[in-house]
Design a protein around this ligand. Structure first.
Ligand code: HEM
Length: 165
């Protein structure tokens, strides 16, 4: 087994984990929790986020690291900008980097703000201003999560299609 094979296996395992976690959380878990109400949604997300954020962050680092190493070690690397394979991989790379920016630059800070606000109103009714803030943050988190799901699916789709284009 070559180094390239090992890189490929690690890349695929972490890529599948990342895509799978987004595909499960955004269209299935999140909407169900939302329907169950803030009293359940808030605590479940608060329990998940401290573990999901570092695991997904590390998985992105591994996927990008092994992905770039795979691209560099590929015989087709010299013609990266001249082949359909190369362009497909570049689109996947850009989608992955965009997912990292959206996920960790925009989503995580809003999630933390929501969590803090949610904890501060626990046991009492939120003031109208707090209620509005919570609603705004929740709507932004929902939209950004969908954007991230689309980006991760684009990354996955391009990777799987690369060898056939
Ligand atoms: C969330 C992001 C990503 C996911 C889910 C993902 C997933 C995958 C999967 C499943 C494969 C195997 C495809 C196959 O054998 O048919 C693959 C291959 C590959 N990935 Fe990624 N990947 C991601 C990000 C990246 C990034 C950022 C790079 C960096 C350039 C990259 C570079 C590659 C390369 C070069 C291959 C080999 C393609 C080939 O054999 O033709 N990937 N990826």
């Amino acid at each position: 087994m070559t180094t390239s094979d090992i890189l490929r296996i690690v890349h695929i395992i972490f890529g599948i984990y990342l895509a799978g976690s987004y595909l499960f959380i955004v269209p299935i878990l999140e909407p169900r929790l939302r329907r169950l109400g803030a009293a359940i949604h808030g605590p479940v997300m608060s329990a998940l986020m401290p573990i999901l954020t570092p695991i997904n962050g590390a998985s992105f680092v591994i996927v990008v690291g092994t992905g770039v190493a795979l691209a560099l070690s590929s015989r087709a690397f010299n013609s990266l900008f001249a082949t359909a394979w190369g362009w497909t991989i570049i689109v996947g790379l850009v989608a992955t980097l965009a997912a990292i920016v959206v996920g960790f630059g925009l989503l995580t800070p809003r999630g933390i703000r929501m969590d803090k606000l949610g904890r501060s109103v626990r046991g009492r009714a939120p003031t109208p201003q707090e209620g509005r803030q919570l609603q705004e943050l929740s709507a932004q988190v929902e939209t950004l999560s969908r954007v991230n799901l689309v980006l991760v699916v684009i990354a996955l789709g391009t990777m799987v299609a690369a060898r056939y284009v």
